[in-house]
Each structure stands twice: as C-alpha cells, then as structure tokens.
Design a protein around this ligand. Structure first.
Ligand SMILES: Nc1nc2c(ncn2[C@@H]2O[C@H](COP(=O)(O)OP(=O)(O)O)[C@@H](O)[C@H]2O)c(=O)[nH]1
Ligand SMILES: Nc1ncnc2c1ncn2[C@@H]1O[C@H](COP(=O)(O)OP(=O)(O)O)[C@@H](O)[C@H]1O
Length: 198
C-alpha cells in the first residue's frame, strides 16, 4: 500500500518556494531586454503576455509582446473578471490575463509577470506568495539616456514615463529584491535564480 503523507495532492506552489515572480521597474530601465536575454537561454520560464490599449511599436505583434486591444475590449476584460490585475500607466491601460497564469502555475511552471508598480501591488495582495523583484537603473541620468535612446516614444510620452519613474523608484523598498541593471548578462542570471527560488 502506498504511503499517504498529507491526504491530498501536494500544492503546485510549495510554501516558501513561490513560482510566480513579478518584475517591475521604471520604463526604459531594461526589463524587456533582461527578460528576453534570460528567456533565450531559459524558455521554460513562462512570460505572461499582457493586454494593452497602447498602440503597437514598429515590430511589435499582437499576441507576442502584447494583446493589443481597444478601450471597449479592455472594458470587457475588466468587467468579465478576466484580468488578474490591471492598471493605467502613462495614459494607457495594461492587464494580465488571469487564466493563462493560473494554468501555468497549476502545472508547476515558473511564471514571470513584467508589470508596473500598481500591478505589482495588486499581485502582492491577491497572491502574497509571489516574489517581487525591482529592476533599478544605475543612475537617474542613465535611465533618461536609455528611455530617450530607445527612440520609441515622443518627447511628451517620455516626460510622462519619467514622472511615473520617480514614483516607482521611491517604492523600491516594497519589493523583495532589487537588481541594478548595469550588466544585462549579470542581471539576467540573477533574475533566473530568483524565478527558481524567490
Ligand atoms: N499593471 C500592469 N502593468 C503592465 C502590464 N504589462 C505591461 N505593464 C507595464 O506597463 C508599463 C509600460 O509598458 P510599455 O508601454 O510596454 O513600455 P516599456 O515597459 O517602457 O517598454 C511598464 O512598466 C510595463 O511593465 C500589465 O499587464 N499590468
Ligand atoms: N544594461 C544595459 N546597459 C545599457 N543599455 C541597456 C541595458 N539594458 C537595457 N538597455 C537599453 O535600454 C533601452 C530600454 O530597454 P527596455 O528593455 O526597452 O526597457 P523597459 O522594458 O524596462 O522599458 C533599450 O534601448 C535597451 O537596449
């Protein structure tokens, strides 16, 4: 007869070893770059694809970087409870589709969310076992350089994002871990370690 240890299926996420990791940090700090670098070598880390009302940048594709939806569609996602969290950021709305995340977690796979501070706070409330990681710039000047140098936003959009960045940088202490994005390779390795143990 096989031994019954706890009388049930073990939880997909053992206590103290959450497999849900949230990565936040100011726009332009390098979140997408670091995540892409990590996932190139470790595609098993599943990255949630968010819904957003912002317009695609050149090269972005529906269902890859984001699900690009209009205001009405986003309203429906909210009304139907289909989002795990959502927030308005610099004039657009962004949200994490709930079911896909829960399915991956139930399957025991490591899940990564790349979301803003407001979203990170909501996840902390609804899924306190999540590991919250803050990606910080080496300096304010370097953040401005990266955001401007990326060349994807108009000057007034950059200004909005830098205003949000001040609030986000001030909230760093709410996170479980801070990684400073000086070297993409190094930070990607540190993030990988956190997705496994955070
Ligand atoms: N709350 C929340 N924030 C998101 C979500 N998806 C993306 N974001 C955040 O929205 C902000 C703007 O994203 P984006 O327009 O792609 O600009 P970028 O991060 O500067 O490349 C970033 O802080 C993202 O992390 C989401 O599903 N929920
Ligand atoms: N460690 C780094 N050193 C120098 N430039 C970086 C580094 N990480 C990212 N970048 C650059 O900074 C810009 C913003 O990076 P991105 O990944 O788009 O940021 P985010 O996703 O946080 O908005 C990009 O042009 C990217 O190539």
């Amino acid at each position: 007869m096989s031994e019954v240890v706890s009388g049930g299926t073990p939880p997909a996420v053992p206590p103290g070893r959450p497999r849900l990791t949230v990565l936040s940090g100011p726009s332009g700090v390098g979140k997408s770059t670091v995540v892409a670098h990590m996932r190139q070598a470790h595609p098993e880390i599943w990255l949630s694809v968010s819904a957003t009302t912002r317009s695609p940048r050149p090269g972005e594709r529906h269902g890859v970087q984001y699900f690009f939806v209009d205001d009405g569609e986003f309203d429906k996602l909210v009304a139907n409870g289909e989002l795990l969290e959502w927030a308005e950021f610099a004039g657009n709305r962004y949200g994490t589709p709930r079911n896909a995340v829960l399915e991956r977690l139930a399957a025991g796979e490591p899940v990564l969310l790349e979301i803003d501070l407001q979203g990170a706070r909501q996840v902390r409330e609804s899924m306190p076992e999540a590991g919250l990681v803050f990606l910080a710039p080496p300096s304010w000047e370097e953040l401005v350089r990266r955001l401007t140098g990326r060349g994807t936003e108009a000057p007034e959009v950059i200004e909005r994002r830098l205003t949000a960045a001040r609030t986000e940088l001030a909230a760093e202490s709410e996170f479980d871990h801070t990684l400073v994005n000086t070297s993409v390779e190094q930070v990607a390795a540190e993030l990988l370690a956190l997705t496994r143990t955070s």
